[in-house]
Ligand binder design. Sequence first.
Ligand SMILES: Cc1cc2nc3c(=O)[nH]c(=O)nc-3n(C[C@H](O)[C@H](O)[C@H](O)COP(=O)(O)OP(=O)(O)OC[C@H]3O[C@@H](n4cnc5c(N)ncnc54)[C@H](O)[C@@H]3O)c2cc1C
Length: 406
Amino acid sequence: MSRDRSTGRVDETTDVAIVGGGICGLTAAIALERRGWEPTVYEAATEYRPVGAGILLQTNALLVLDRLGVAERVRETGVPLDDSAIRSPDDRVLKRFDLDRVERDEFCYGFVAIHRADLQRILLDDLDATVRTGMECEAVIDADRPIARFADGTRISPDVLVGADGIRSAVRDAVAPEIEPRTLDGVCYRAIVDVDLPERHRDRGLEVWGEGSYTGGAPLGDGRFYWFATVSEATAADLNGPHEVVAAFRERFGAFPEPIPLVVDALALDDVFATGLADLPALDRWSRGSVVLAGDAAHGMLPFAGQGAAQSIEDALALVDAIARHADPAAAFKAYEDDRKARADGIRAEARRLGRLGTVQSPLGARLRNLAVGLVPDALFRRFRRRRASRTSLPDGAVGDAGSGS
Ligand SMILES: Cc1cc2nc3c(=O)[nH]c(=O)nc-3n(C[C@H](O)[C@H](O)[C@H](O)COP(=O)(O)OP(=O)(O)OC[C@H]3O[C@@H](n4cnc5c(N)ncnc54)[C@H](O)[C@@H]3O)c2cc1C
């Protein structure tokens, strides 16, 4: 398939290549297929391995997946949460996500906790497109007539190249070469834990905002719990090997609200893995010539708003809709950026603010933070969540209340 390069117009015969077969790349490929395209996905990993972590998909992600016809499978495979709460270490509820009252009632979807490998499998199963694994893109030359060069020597020259290759994107250099990820003083540990949870914890998620650490998670069904915790880089640097890591968390979280002590007691040494915390500064642009960025490549964000994947999923549908509506790639990418950039950048900035709050190290600072969070009126918190869901980028579809802001 090839576009007539002399006219530069985009239609279903346009050759679209997606670099990066993560959540964003696979969702974009599904959205393209729904519109009659036959994209090719180029993924660096040599195979899709089960990743030892879960993910929380919030309402906006599920609304987009619903539009693509995969939300039901995600909901059946994962665990739809009854509610979720932010708690203090002494078990006070600082804020409750009463999902029935806002998300489920007004938008039909609450939050779903799912194993990342299950989500990946659902997206891959839905796809007819070719996913070429073991294809690490090294560079993209000439954004106007892009040539992507891969580590194995392969070169491709698609009509449109989508960079969905994550926060350390190689494609991004063709669009915004000056951009580098910025770190936050924090390391996030994650694990999927086999644990016999008491009934009352089998359908609710939690976060506990402690002094210098932040922990929580959600049940994934079948006796599994997705657990995470952050500590400062200095604390992480003092922990030598998995024994010390697990021992430190058992000590630190032993008196935290249930089910955290139960979960950290059941941590298997080999299953805990660490990720340094980083995000991107705002990019001036998301596209150049025929190259366009999506997902973490465009707006990698800290995990504290639980929105990175959701925003990537929103990008995928919005980008494909824009490509389908505009024959001229420049017009398509402008429409996509107009739709997406302010919202994604706003949420990325919010995630950084939450990250600073979540990783406060001083005991006094942490107590003041928890006091302040507890004082936010529930009505205001609901309004904020209503706005988050109602502003989902759903081409051609309004979603409930149209509040202001992101
Ligand atoms: C600790 C933590 C917890 C999180 N929790 C949540 C959550 O609960 N909810 C939520 O919505 N978000 C969460 N996120 C964010 C979410 O994981 C990301 O925003 C999301 O995975 C972004 O998807 P993506 O496809 O854009 O990028 P990625 O998931 O990074 O996928 C990029 C893909 O591109 C491939 N790739 C990379 N480089 C190349 C290359 N050069 N050539 C070819 N392929 C390449 C990679 O192998 C990968 O498959 C969390 C993030 C972290 C770090």
